[in-house]
Design a protein around this ligand. Sequence first.
Ligand SMILES: C[S@@+](CC[C@H](N)C(=O)[O-])C[C@H]1O[C@@H](n2cnc3c(N)ncnc32)[C@H](O)[C@@H]1O
Length: 350
Amino acid sequence: MATEEQQQLSAFVKKVHHMLRSEARKVGVNEAWKEHCSKSDILQEYAVSMQKLASEFWEQNAEDGSKSAQSRIKWVVQKCVHYFYEGEREKRRNKEKERIKKIECSENFVEGCAESVKDLVSLSEHLQTETEQLKLLDVGSCYNPFKIYPIFKVVPVDLAPALPDVYICDFLNLNVVENAKEMELRGTCIRELPSNAFDVVVFSLLLEYFPCPKQRYLCVCKAYDLLKVEGLLFIVTPDSKHSTANAPLMKSWRIVLAELGFSRIYYEKLPHIHCMTFRKDINPEITKQWASYELSKQGKVQSNSELNIPQDFQEILDECSGEMETKNARTNYDDENLAQMFSHLPCDPE
Ligand SMILES: C[S@@+](CC[C@H](N)C(=O)[O-])C[C@H]1O[C@@H](n2cnc3c(N)ncnc32)[C@H](O)[C@@H]1O
């Protein structure tokens, strides 16, 4: 059972999401985003509410074995240990090498590709021997939940941090710098980061914050550039429905990410969330081929390069006018799904 305080906090978080979506429809996405980022009081209250919800209610309940939902943070940590320290990365690499060999033998193989693939394989084998901490970029970190795990060297960033050790950064406007030598972090803000610098990028409950599917797509493109070859992108997204209810949407995400060169290596539907892990493959052509095969089954050549969530297709009751807005409007999902997620995660569903 969610307490009254928990319900109040989650109601505030939902209201902020709702306001942003509503504004985006009225004045356009870019204008709404600019306006949203200037509301420092609201952003700060959101940060405090979110931190309290996550660290006082959700994590506490996840500790209790009798509750059904699991911690999304622990899920990410467990998968990182499995992949980087328990041999999964090597298994995936070998599998990929086999696939690359098959492609090399096939008629469609593009000449010149073989050398670059070999270079990348030896590069990643070299990286594997490094026993440093994993460099983890936590986007929308809020309260830096990964800092307690010594396997990570965390760079936590947020539009409006709840804690001073989280860097202020609007990820949508972050500049990814190619061929930068060192990652120099000074001050409290981050405006640019080097490409190919991170082992892990985490989007935990981040993407649904954005009112527009193109903004979500921009985020995964940036994650791709920031990750090292064989690095992992974790996406945790809320959904309190049955595991198959939004399966087509999750499949469409998988295809869009495959077109970029990501292969999905872990997936789990927990009671209120989808947990997904995407690997930046050594050779993006393999996942691109898979994506184009899947799209051809749907009679398409290319995806729309968007990451949709259920509320993109639903109607929403405008709180001010009481009127129903249509097309790309939001969201009963917020009232039903997100409401459940924020109220209960990871409490036992009643
Ligand atoms: C629902 S909270 C999730 C917090 C945390 N990741 C977790 O799993 O508990 C979403 C966070 O994303 C942050 N955020 C939203 N847009 C962002 C952006 N463009 N750049 C960085 N952070 C952003 C918000 O400020 C908020 O703290």
